[in-house]
Write a protein that binds this ligand. Sequence first.
Ligand SMILES: Nc1ncnc2c1ncn2[C@@H]1O[C@H](COP(=O)(O)OP(=O)(O)OP(=O)(O)O)[C@@H](O)[C@H]1O
Ligand SMILES: [Mg+2]
Length: 286
Amino acid sequence: MDDRVRGVAAGRADAGDTRVAAGLARTAPAASGRPVVECVGLTKVYGEGDTAVHALRGVDLRVEPGELLMLVGPSGCGKTTLISIIASVLDGSSGLCRVLGHDILRMRESEKPAFRLKHLGFCFQAFNLNPCLTAAENVAVPLLIGGWRYGQALARSRELLTQVGLAEKVDVLPDQLSGGQQQRVAIARAFAQEPDLIVCDEPTSALDSATGEKVLGLIRDMTHRSHRSVIVVTHDARIFRFADRIVAMEDGRIVPLPPGAGSGLPVVPPAHAADAGAAASADVLN
Ligand SMILES: Nc1ncnc2c1ncn2[C@@H]1O[C@H](COP(=O)(O)OP(=O)(O)OP(=O)(O)O)[C@@H](O)[C@H]1O
Ligand SMILES: [Mg+2]
């Protein structure tokens, strides 16, 4: 464990950790208190030997309570890998990843399902809807696992599906829904339990422009109203205006945001900015 990781693991964001401290100092105004996510020097290597893929090469990242953070970067730069580790569905290789005070890399496998159920909502690139369940039942699944009664869970599902514009589709199976509609079901499901942290991977990739903006507006409202935190991975420049903050990745690292991208936002320069050297190329957002 390097010194930065040890310092944060011990609950300090100060000692010798100027990069983390710099992130804190520039936090968005709405943010306060303990970070929801804190990654320091996080790495991920898939495979080993000659075929090893270094997907994350030392990521430093903080997400504050009530913050909607967008993570952008070219295909293959490590975005899904990063949020999968944060969501405790993928093991990291080294470094620190603390989520809601829990050290994810050192959490026992047996503890993870309960942790995810209690604290996390997911909306992944593959929507992962159960093909045998209706839209409303899909949204109800995390509620039922969490102990809700069937009728109450279905009522809550219908309410959420109405909010994402699918009131007419609550009793329809996924294969009778368009890609964009399936995506909205997955978003409704992610919010069903009002989790502390929601991770969304390309939530607007299958949506037309108007629906994408509507869904992001909804995600933002839910985030701010209930003081939840959301990480949205996206390539979609049309939705940048919904972010509290945008962070860019390239080749497994956090890099400076290209000049002009997300202008007007309280963008936090990445902790790695000083190390990264030359400014990131404009294709970061491609
Ligand atoms: N299971 C795996 N085994 C080996 N390599 C993997 C695996 N999953 C991802 N990778 C590699 O890790 C790197 C990061 O992948 P990742 O899926 O995190 O990228 P991404 O930024 O989400 O890309 P996209 O925008 O295309 O979804 C890529 O080089 C990818 O090929
Ligand atoms: Mg991805």
